[in-house]
Design a protein around this ligand. Structure first.
Ligand code: PAF
Length: 286
């Protein structure tokens, strides 16, 4: 597994794999790797012959009040976690090469970003779309793997790829959870032990709401009322709970097709998000 810092070298490596008839899968990360990331890496190995993992804490997706400075960074332990997984290249560019002096271009997916987390994090998704497009141009992957916990991020990227004719296939990977249901996240490490005990209530509530829909509940106002009550009773400070169209992320009044039920809560220093996809008209979900 080699660690590549230079953009030119990364492009050369991927180009030569592709010229040799191989396929390349990229797993974009900001490091602080946990078992959820490692599942994405294994998935990458199952779809392509070469696996690139990028590790780059992207400043443009953090707002001024957010945790850019304190975001956990530990390249050596990330490399140790990746080593046994057969990763071919770890791409770890320097911020000065990703955003050189004079940099002034941003990608915005104007409607999908304007919901859920985008409402309280106004620069976040344009920062994500911008860096992901740059990582695609730097790593030249055939596939890129993204986890469903960040469902809005997945939709932003899918929409960008479609709108800008980007030749990368986006692979969705199911959320990886702790044994008590909490979605794995690099930010879970901010939780105190008391907060950690309360956090699984997020997914427990989402699962109950999903079950309500699967057994006939269709009215979004009733779904939301139940969910808000449960999350508040569990001692969680709710930022949002929404029932929305799984493609556009527009709120729906009734469940008539596949919906996303998504929540964000604040728990001490952590802001946790989770979601379930629900389609009561087909026995298929995520
Ligand atoms: O999901 C993440 O870790 C980041 O948003 C991503 C996709 C690596 C872009 O910085």
């Amino acid at each position: 597994m080699d660690v590549v810092h230079s953009v030119d070298r990364m492009r050369e490596i991927s180009s030569s794999h592709r010229r040799a008839g191989e396929t390349v899968a990229l797993v974009p990360t900001m490091g602080a790797l946990h078992a959820g990331h490692l599942a994405l890496v294994r998935r990458a190995g199952s779809v392509a012959s070469r696996v690139v993992v990028s590790i780059f804490v992207n400043p443009s997706q953090f707002g001024p009040e957010e945790d850019l400075a304190s975001y956990p960074r530990d390249l050596q332990s990330d490399l140790a976690a990746l080593e046994p997984l057969g990763v071919d290249h770890v791409f770890n560019p320097d911020a000065s090469e990703v955003y050189p002096q004079g940099y002034q271009t941003r990608v915005r997916v104007t409607e999908v970003e304007n919901h859920l987390c985008g409402l309280s994090r106004p620069v976040h998704f344009s920062g994500v779309a911008t860096v992901v497009l740059k990582l695609f141009n730097m790593c030249l992957p055939d596939y890129a793997i993204f986890g469903m916990k960040d469902y809005q991020q997945v939709r932003v990227i899918e929409r960008m790829v479609q709108d800008l004719n980007v030749g990368v296939e986006i692979v969705r990977h199911p959320t990886v959870r702790e044994s008590d249901g909490l979605a794995m996240s690099s930010r879970n490490r901010y939780l105190t032990s008391d907060q950690r005990k309360r956090a699984p209530a997020i997914y427990a509530t989402l699962k109950r709401l999903k079950n309500d829909v699967m057994t006939g509940l269709r009215d979004a106002a009733v779904i939301l009322e139940r969910g808000r009550r449960e999350l508040t009773e569990a001692g969680l400070d709710l930022e949002y709970l929404n029932v929305c169209d799984a493609g556009t992320l527009d709120d729906v009044a009734r469940v008539e097709d596949t919906v996303l039920i998504a929540a964000a809560v604040r728990l001490g220093a952590a802001r946790l998000i989770d979601n379930v996809l629900v389609n009561p008209f087909e026995e298929e979900d995520a």
